[in-house]
Design a protein around this ligand. Structure first.
Ligand SMILES: [Zn+2]
Length: 443
C-alpha cells in the first residue's frame, strides 16, 4: 500500500476514476427516498490527513458489498471511485462542498492500521448560534452547531395530519450569548432522550452535526434529517473549551438548574428519626443493612379498576367496592423490612418498583415459579444481610411518631467492599463508595 500516491480529498475531481485516497470514516448513514420507504444507498462522511471532509455515497445496488466492511472510526484506502459534482439544487449536503465520492462496482476498500496515520478522529464546522437566522431555510448545506443544554422537554408522541405516528423531542441550547431550539424527530428523538438520561456531567454539552436549519415566524429551529447525528459531552476540544467557559461571566445569566440532577441529604438512621417538619415529604438518603423481612404477606393484589387492595373470596379475587370479580388482579410487592446501621434500627416499607429493581422479577414471575403468598420467597430473603443506600420519603407520621415505618422510594445495594464506616475506612474505599453512588445515583 505504501507505494501508492494518495491524493487529497481536496484535489479529487470528476473525469477520472483512478483515484486513491486515505480517509477516516467519520459517519455512515442510510439514505432513503423522499417518501422514506425506498433504500437508495448509504452515505459516508470521510476525512483525510489535510483535514478535508468529503461525503461518499454507495448506491443501493452495490451497498451490500461495502456496508459491513466499512466501519465508522476506521481508516481506509479507497481507490477506483468516481467523483460526482453536485447539481446547484442538490440540497442537504452534509459538508460545505461541491462534490462527492461515488462508489462503483470497481471501487476498492482496504483497511489501514491506525498507527502512524495522522487523521483526526473528528472534525466539525460550527456555525454560530447567532448566525443561524441568516442561513435558515437555505439548506444547500447542513450545519454543525454546539451548545450547552439549558432546558429539555419531555418526549412527545403523536399522530400527524397524514395519520403517521411521530416522536418529537425539543431542547434548548446556548453558547452564552445566543440560544437555539433543537427539534429531533422519530428515532433520533428517542435515541437522544435515552442518551441524555445517562450523561454523567451536567449540564450536558451537545454537538448537533449536519443539522437542518429552518425558521418559522422569525424563530430558528435546528432539526434533523437522515444525515444528522448528535454527540453528548463528546471528547472533542470544542466541548472542553465550552465547558471551561461555563464558569465565566458569559454564562452568568443562564439557568441550568433543570439540567442538574437533584441531590439528597445523607443521614444516619438516628438522625432520620429526628427530622422535623421542614423535611415533610422530602427525600433523604440513608445507608443501612436489611436484617429481616418482617411480613409474611409479601405482595398485595389490586383491583384493576379502583386500585384498592383486594382479597380472595371463595377462591376468586373480588373487589367489594366495585362489586365484581377481578380475574386478572395486579399483584404488587409490598414488603416490610427491619434495617439497621451502627447506631439505630428502623422499619421500612419497600414498594413494588423498588423490589422489582432489586431482584429483577415481578410478583407474577415468582408465583409462576411456584412461590406462594404464605412463604417469603428465597429471592426476597436474599435481600437480608446486605447493605443498601436507600432513599426515604419523610411522611407526616414519621415526624409525629419516629418509630413508625418509613417509605423507601428507591434503593440500591452497596457492594460489600464499598461499605466504608464499619469495615476498614481507607481512602480507596471511600472513593469506591462515592463512585458507586454516582454510578447508580439518584437520577
Ligand atoms: Zn375495585
Amino acid at each position: 500500500m505504501n507505494e501508492i500516491a494518495f491524493t487529497s480529498l481536496q484535489e479529487v475531481s470528476s473525469g477520472s476514476y483512478e483515484w486513491a485516497v486515505k480517509v477516516r470514516v467519520l459517519r455512515k448513514w442510510r439514505g432513503v427516498s423522499n417518501t422514506g420507504k425506498e433504500f437508495k444507498g448509504f452515505n459516508l462522511l470521510l476525512l483525510d490527513t489535510q483535514n478535508c471532509r468529503l461525503p461518499g455515497f454507495v448506491p443501493a445496488l452495490i451497498a451490500q458489498n461495502y456496508e459491513r466492511k466499512i466501519v465508522v472510526g476506521n481508516i481506509y484506502a479507497l481507490s477506483n471511485f468516481t467523483i460526482k459534482d453536485y447539481k446547484p439544487d442538490d440540497k442537504f449536503r452534509c459538508v460545505c462542498c461541491e462534490k462527492q465520492i461515488y462508489f462503483t462496482n470497481f471501487t476498492e476498500v482496504e483497511a489501514i492500521a491506525e498507527d502512524g496515520v495522522m487523521i483526526a478522529h473528528d472534525m466539525f464546522d460550527f456555525s454560530d448560534l447567532g448566525d443561524l437566522t441568516d442561513i435558515a431555510d437555505d439548506n444547500t448545506y447542513l450545519t454543525d452547531v454546539i451548545g450547552v443544554i439549558q432546558k429539555d422537554f419531555p418526549l412527545r408522541k403523536f399522530v400527524n395530519k397524514n395519520g403517521v405516528s411521530q416522536v418529537q423531542m425539543k431542547f434548548e441550547i446556548t453558547d452564552g450569548r445566543c440560544y437555539g431550539t433543537v427539534t429531533f424527530w422519530d428515532s433520533l428523538a428517542e435515541e437522544f432522550e435515552l442518551a441524555l438520561k445517562t450523561v454523567s456531567v451536567h449540564p450536558a454539552i451537545v454537538i448537533v452535526a449536519s443539522a437542518k436549519i429552518t425558521s418559522w415566524q422569525k424563530k430558528v429551529d435546528i432539526a434533523n434529517v437522515t444525515a444528522t447525528t448528535f454527540y453528548l459531552n463528546y471528547a472533542h476540544h470544542s466541548v472542553s473549551d465550552l465547558r471551561q467557559m461555563l464558569g465565566s461571566p458569559l454564562f452568568s445569566k443562564c439557568d441550568f438548574s433543570s439540567q442538574i440532577p437533584e441531590t439528597f441529604e445523607e443521614h444516619g438512621i438516628e438522625s432520620v428519626k429526628t427530622l422535623g417538619v421542614e423535611y415533610l415529604n422530602m427525600e433523604v438518603v440513608c445507608e443501612l443493612k436489611i436484617i429481616l423481612i418482617v411480613n409474611m404477606d409479601w405482595y398485595r393484589a389490586e383491583c384493576s379498576s379502583c386500585y384498592r387492595e383486594i382479597s380472595v373470596v371463595d377462591g376468586e379475587y373480588k373487589c367489594i367496592v366495585c362489586n365484581r370479580d377481578v380475574p386478572f388482579a395486579d399483584k404488587k410487592f409490598q414488603v416490610l423490612v427491619e434495617a439497621l446501621d451502627e447506631k439505630e434500627h428502623i422499619e421500612l416499607s419497600l414498594n413494588d418498583r423498588t423490589i422489582r429493581k432489586l431482584i429483577g422479577k415481578t410478583v407474577d414471575e415468582l408465583l409462576e415459579k411456584g412461590e406462594t403468598q404464605e412463604k417469603v420467597p428465597s429471592l426476597l430473603r436474599a435481600l437480608e444481610g446486605k447493605w443498601y443506600s436507600a432513599k426515604l420519603k419523610i411522611s407526616p407520621l414519621n415526624i409525629e411518631v419516629p418509630s413508625s415505618f418509613f417509605y423507601v422510594s428507591d434503593m440500591f445495594e452497596l457492594g460489600g467492599s464499598f461499605r466504608s464506616s464499619t469495615s476498614t475506612p481507607s481512602a480507596a474505599s471511600e472513593e469506591a463508595c462515592e463512585h458507586e453512588f454516582n454510578t447508580f445515583g439518584w437520577a
